[in-house]
Design a protein around this ligand. Structure first.
Ligand code: ADP
Ligand code: ASP
Ligand code: MG
Length: 404
């Protein structure tokens, strides 16, 4: 069977008109001779509304019920797509994760698909049907619905492509592909025609919302080639593939920025072995994800400042854990919620000297102060004041010649 997986994001199924459009796209692949598996997100805004409802019920809403609740939007969009396909003369049916079933492992809200049972879907495809599958959800070991993290329908699509050995996995979204930076923020952003898994993973992890990071890890592991394109206009999009397939000329492939970061500084901590471990142990035990870390030591009074970043929503928990921590002493605790991480990403930087300097110089020339720095082989991230994000992205976009 020549199978294609088509995934539609929230905006693509956000209105009845768009659902009709999406149904025509699905039909166009059937007409090309493909057996089509459709994976859909919830209609845009609906997952956020459901999350809001859970918060209005309780600040500690049970996580198992949370998953039942927030995954329900996908049931609606899938039924509407299948219903439309029926209306225009095609055999189609919606499938919830437990009906397939799609098995997932890990904690509620952040599960990962481990296995997809193929039998029923294969039979249905063979009978000429178009299965329309709820993204974002799976069935866990306790027979409960679980979800795959925000944006998790991308991961559902990749895993369907894996288990069904699909010829293609196409992610339809509201922009024409993966851009050099968020095209809704920087109007000069350019579509990237081909990008490696590694770069896409960094971009996704560092704030490019267009693909969910876990989905890229799954795709890379299973060598699933992804095509990201628009459901609004039929134009070539972005191919995400292995590095070997790419003949790159640019040093930097893309830029990202994050929202919702917070910086915490412990001022005047004793400069002796084990202090950093004592600071971070309770945070790790309580699942606070620490991102950037910097320690500055003073040569005179054997004291040090420890600065780190976390997601803003973790701030109250983090502050509480630090204040409760009897193993550490510090003179002051400073908090800054108005920060954002700006990153440049590209495999080209491995072989090009001077990239770090160019980034720092560009920011300096624009009067942007760097608060924390972190690097890896293919990315450099800096923490800056939130108010400077747009200025930083525009200047770096120009400096690394991504405009052309
Ligand atoms: P979907 O609902 O289709 O899953 P998302 O909202 O999750 O779509 O992702 C698409 C959005 O990602 C775009 O509207 C865009 O604003 C944002 N985005 C951020 N960075 C990038 C980038 N580098 N390239 C393309 N889109 C990006
Ligand atoms: N509907 C879910 C979300 O909004 C999953 C997705 O869109 O991929 O996060
Ligand atoms: Mg998405």
């Amino acid at each position: 069977m020549k199978i294609v997986v088509l995934k539609f994001g929230g905006t693509s199924v956000g209105t009845i008109k768009r659902i009709k459009k999406v149904s025509n796209i699905i039909v166009s692949y059937v007409k090309k001779g493909f057996k089509v598996i459709v994976v859909s997100s919830a209609m845009s805004g609906s997952t956020n509304d459901l999350i809001k409802k859970s918060k209005n019920i309780s600040k500690n809403f049970n996580s198992s019920e949370y998953d039942v609740l927030v995954s329900s939007g996908e049931q609606i969009s899938c039924a509407l797509i299948a219903g439309r396909l029926n209306h225009i003369g095609y055999k189609s049916q919606s499938w919830m994760s437990w009906q397939v079933p799609i098995f997932a492992e890990g904690d509620h809200k952040t599960s990962r698909i481990s296995k997809i049972n193929k039998n029923k879907i294969t039979d249905y495809l063979k009978s000429g049907g178009i299965p329309v599958i709820t993204g974002f959800q799976g069935l866990n070991n306790n027979n409960r619905i679980t979800t795959l993290g925000r944006g998790g329908s991308d991961a559902s699509a990749i895993m369907f492509a894996k288990f069904f050995k699909a010829k293609k996995c196409i992610i339809f979204t509201d922009v024409e592909g993966v851009y050099t930076t968020d095209p809704n923020k920087i109007k000069n952003a350019k579509k990237i025609r081909i990008i490696s898994y590694e770069e896409m993973l960094e971009m996704a992890s560092l704030g490019a919302k267009v693909m969910q990071p876990h989905s890229i890890q799954d795709a890379r592991l299973n060598r699933i080639k992804i095509d990201v394109k628009s459901s609004f206009v039929n134009r070539p999009g972005t191919i995400i593939t292995k590095r070997k397939n790419i003949n790159r000329k640019r040093t930097i492939t893309g830029l990202t920025s994050t929202k919702n970061d917070a910086k915490v500084t412990l001022v005047g901590v004793k400069d002796k072995p084990g202090v950093a471990a004592s600071v971070f142990k309770p945070l790790s035990q309580n699942y606070v994800n620490v991102d950037m870390v910097v320690q500055t030591s003073s040569s005179t009074n054997r004291e040090t400042d420890i600065t780190f970043t976390i997601k803003s929503e973790e701030l109250p928990k983090t502050v509480k854990l630090i204040k409760q921590n009897t193993k550490i002493k510090y003179r002051d605790l400073l908090i800054n919620k108005n920060v954002s991480k700006v990153s440049i990403i590209g495999v080209g930087m491995i072989t090009t000297p001077g990239v770090t300097y160019r980034m720092f110089k560009t920011l300096a020339d624009n009067g942007i102060n760097i608060l924390v720095i972190s690097t890896s082989e293919i990315k450099i991230s800096v923490l800056i004041s939130k108010k400077n994000i747009k200025k930083a992205l525009s200047a770096l976009h120009k400096e690394f010649k991504l405009n052309s």
